[in-house]
Design a protein around this ligand. Structure first.
Ligand code: ATP
Length: 607
């Protein structure tokens, strides 16, 4: 290969595996050997000595994909970087790799929008971007006529599914994303499995779409508008236009600092704002070159985020000096993908384990998020897990917690039958600690209107000492919480209730706590195959078969029926359908304390 290609490839690898090339067992990839003669790991050349394939799967690559350098190899047809830890956006430069037929990027940590330029790769046959964090809408992939496989499951993509030539496609999967609207005609080639896990998607092979409301047709009676009415109407239109122009003018002026950037600046500012681009990636160096000024990355971030450093480290001394770059480059493992984003376990050097919650909700303003996180941080409570750091930009919000090794309440209750015994005394202690902590947080954050917003047994974690801790306090439903502060009558739908009931933010937490009490008492799942725990408990109690609701393990342990019934009464008050009459968390906490006291004195006095 030519020297220019060799140099570009060496640079590509340096970005992909910064400082780690040899440690990853990758041979070659240096200027002293040729990619096609020197046996570079993962490089396949043709007889003419041009690089045709680069296959670096499971190679522990943690850097970024420098498409600009990669695509200097004009003849590249296959790029496979499956199963690594590559972060960052996929740059528009990927379109320079014109010959590319196979693009495999699955099982990495790519994020951000897919580049629009992907649709210019007209030779593409197979694309696999599954199991990443790509979001935004798909580019115009219907332009790629020879596409036979498109796999994008387990991302956070949205918008409508493009009308591809499904009869040509051999593989297609977009499950577990946020796509919406009707599915185009797949001509019977694909089953529901290709589309599941997109709550707003409808049509064959999923369930039918709701009927489109009929257009409102004016009745025959309607008369022609009089010229007077027309005059009034046009007056309103002109007034409306003036208001719109004024608002646009104001917005334009307010955004002026961003407008100063040239050409791709807006686009790159977004890229910069994204955490994965804060290290010196192609995008950032390009930006500097393109802008033709001396703006440092830090100052650009400051423009974007209002003088707040990229990673705001809040509490833990373990994290002193941790940079955003280190956090992104550390090896990570996906722990879960919830409704609100993905959660990763990140292993830092020195054995510190963190979890990073990548929240997918661009609707929350950055300022609001920052203020909220700082306010929550000021309230210290032993049984509430504090965030140790956060990152916040227009595009992305990350929250960092210390990793808790002892699982969560959900697992303890519903894990395998052989899992630890969870006796009545321990359940009562968990109920007491959580109620007390929640009551405290509600009191402290009442004026700010910050409730938990997403309380569930999976968010009750056990720390090293097996004490229960509430995780993710105040992170979710932020917009709704704010609305409820502005208008106390505004009620939100509680995540746990999932029944169309509306609850104010704090009442929502009380309800959710009631459901946790029911889980502790019954050992049953909140919802499974149409089973709804609160309704079931209510109906059994109404029939006066109360004892039937309790977990068999508690009955056979000989737990006091009287105190279980008392705790059940508390739970029923919490899940009462009339939210205005429901108790506050402080009241709930007091009730549980008195049950606990009775329990303790019975242990002391019972023979
Ligand atoms: N700090 C932590 N340490 C260890 N495990 C954690 C920590 N935080 C969360 N987990 C666990 O990771 C898993 C995934 O958590 P995550 O919050 O993404 O799920 P979720 O609550 O269902 O998501 P969502 O709230 O977005 O619907 C859960 O089992 C949770 O208990």
């Amino acid at each position: 290969e030519e020297n220019e290609v060799k140099q570009a490839l060496v640079q590509f690898m340096e970005k992909l595996s910064p400082g780690n090339v040899t440690r990853n067992g990758i041979r070659g990839w240096n200027m002293s050997t040729d990619p096609c003669i020197g046996n570079w790991t993962g490089v396949v050349c043709d007889k003419q000595g041009s690089v045709r394939k680069i296959i670096l799967e499971k190679a522990n690559l943690t850097g970024v994909l420098d498409a600009h350098s990669l695509c200097v190899t004009k003849a590249l047809i296959v790029l496979s970087l499956k199963n690594n830890n590559i972060t960052d956006l996929l740059s528009e430069d990927i379109a320079i790799c014109k010959e590319l037929t196979h693009l495999y990027l699955s099982e990495n940590r790519f994020s951000g929008d897919l580049p629009e330029s992907l649709s210019q790769l007209s030779n593409l046959k197979r694309v696999d971007i599954s199991n990443n964090n790509f979001y935004g809408e798909l580019p115009d992939i219907q332009k790629i006529s020879g596409l036979i496989s498109f796999l994008a499951q387990n991302n956070q993509l949205e918008g409508q599914i493009p009308d591809l030539d499904f009869s040509n496609l051999k593989e297609f999967n977009v499950s577990n994303n946020f796509f919406s609207g009707p599915i185009p005609d797949v001509k019977g080639h694909f089953t529901a499995a290709s589309f599941l896990g997109n709550p707003k998607l409808c049509g064959i092979p999923l369930t039918a779409c709701p009927p489109i409301p009929a257009p409102i047709i004016p009745t025959k009676k309607s008369k022609k508008p009089s010229s007077q009415k027309l005059l009034i109407f046009s007056g309103y239109v002109i007034l409306g236009l003036v208001v719109v122009l004024f608002v646009v003018y104001k917005l334009f002026n307010r955004n002026k600092p961003c407008e100063d950037q040239k050409e791709k600046a807006t686009k790159n500012a977004v890229a910069h704002d994204n955490p994965s681009t804060i290290p010196s990636t192609t995008a950032s160096s390009e930006y500097k070159a393109g802008a033709g000024n001396q703006t440092s990355e830090y100052s650009l971030t400051s423009v974007e985020t209002g003088m707040v450093p990229p990673l705001v480290v809040l509490t833990s001394p373990l994290l002193r000096g941790l940079t955003f770059e280190e956090l992104l480059r550390a090896p990570a493992e996906l722990l879960g993908r919830g409704k609100h984003g993905s959660l990763y376990k990140v292993m830092l050097d020195g054995g510190v384990n963190l979890v990073v919650k990548r929240i997918r909700n661009c609707g929350i303003s950055s300022d609001n998020f920052k203020t909220r996180m700082k306010k929550i941080d000021q309230v210290k409570c032993h049984n509430v897990l504090p965030a140790v750091a956060f990152y916040c930009s227009r595009q992305e919000k990350l929250l960092v917690y210390e990793y808790q090794p002892n699982g969560n309440l959900f697992k303890l209750l519903h894990g395998s039958p052989t899992s630890q015994i969870f006796d009545w005394g321990s359940r009562l202690n968990v109920a007491d600690s959580i109620a007390e902590a929640l009551a405290f947080m509600h009191r402290e954050l009442h004026e700010d209107g910050i409730a938990h917003g997403n309380l569930k047994s999976m968010n009750i974690l056990f720390n090293m000492a097996m004490e229960p801790c509430i995780s993710e306090y105040g992170v979710m439903e932020v917009e709704n919480q704010d609305q409820s502060v502005l208008s106390p009558k505004n009620e939100i739908q509680n995540d746990n209730a999932n029944k169309g009931h509306a609850y104010s933010t704090f009442k929502g937490d009380v309800y959710a706590f009631g459901v946790i009490l029911l889980e502790l008492l019954t050992g049953k799942l909140v919802q499974k195959n149409g089973f709804d725990l609160p309704s079931w408990v209510n109906s059994v109690v109404k029939e006066e078969w109360t004892v039937e609701v309790f977990d068999r393990a508690l009955i056979s342990e000989g737990a006091s029926e009287e105190r279980m019934v008392n705790l059940l009464q508390v739970a029923l008050k919490c899940i009462d359908a009339s939210p205005n009459d429901g108790p506050t968390m402080s009241r709930v906490s007091l009730m549980i304390k008195s049950i606990k006291e009775e329990e303790e004195s019975s242990i002391t006095f019972d023979p």
